[in-house]
Design a protein around this ligand. Structure first.
Ligand code: GSH
Length: 216
């Protein structure tokens, strides 16, 4: 097996990479990363010193590929399947990348900020930062409501890198800052993502860990 994925099924950026791998049934060996375990963290940091998951190793080419977006681009180039994550057309490609950045920076990041705050000790909370993150999410939902109008996937009919990014980002964001009234387009998009077999499998594999999701 050439491809080795270092990840955790509950981690949102790992889920993004898993969606891409499952979309094309790309064969890979999964390695569970336990950052809570000192030896596990050290072993993982020997592969990628930044210690952020997911990381892909392509043993056949002796390459280490961190960053979920870059990993998916790599899969699209080197392990291409029926689903193309980045279109060849440059004008379509930058639109995909824009949406990938959007879901990482404006949905995943504030969502992670809120989740991380729930894990902080009571005397180290950051209510100001959490409120700013909530506002950022609400603004992002407004943009999604317009951007997704009339579309099945982020780029229309073709599933892409942008949808790999959107699936876990929206799944967890809706848990910490529910879409609420007036976000029917975003809600319907998330429902389609949850029904997509690749992401449904990801959610099923994470189900064991869901009771550990920190409550607000
Ligand atoms: N920019 C990275 C972010 C990866 C990331 O934040 N991963 C989280 C899990 S979802 C992580 O490894 N967190 C562990 C830590 O921060 O110690 C990517 O897109 O892959």
């Amino acid at each position: 097996m050439s491809l080795h994925l270092y990840s955790h099924p509950f981690a949102s950026f790992c889920q993004k990479a898993l969606v891409a791998l499952y979309e094309n049934a790309t064969p890979f060996e999964a390695h569970l990363v336990d950052l809570g375990d000192e030896a596990g963290r050290a072993a993982f940091q020997a592969i990628w010193p930044m210690g952020k998951m997911p990381v892909l190793r392509d043993e056949a080419r002796d390459l280490t590929i961190p960053e979920a977006t870059i990993m998916i681009e790599y899969l699209d180039q080197r392990y291409r399947g029926a689903v193309r994550f980045l279109p060849d057309d440059p004008d379509q490609a930058w639109r995909v990348r824009l949406r990938d950045r959007f879901y990482d920076l404006h949905v995943q990041e504030p969502m992670q900020k809120i989740v991380a705050d729930r894990l902080r000790p009571a005397d180290s909370k950051d209510p100001f930062g959490v409120e700013a993150a909530r506002m950022q999410l609400r603004t992002a939902y407004g943009w999604i409501e317009q951007d997704m109008a009339g579309k099945t996937w982020a780029m229309g009919e073709a599933f892409s890198l942008a949808d790999c990014a959107a699936a876990p980002a929206l799944f967890y964001a809706d848990l910490v800052e529910p879409f609420g009234e007036g976000r029917s387009v975003a809600s319907a998009y998330l429902a389609r993502l949850k029904a997509r077999p690749s992401f449904a499998r990801v959610v099923e594999e994470a189900a064991y860990f869901m009771p550990f999701f920190p409550k607000g």
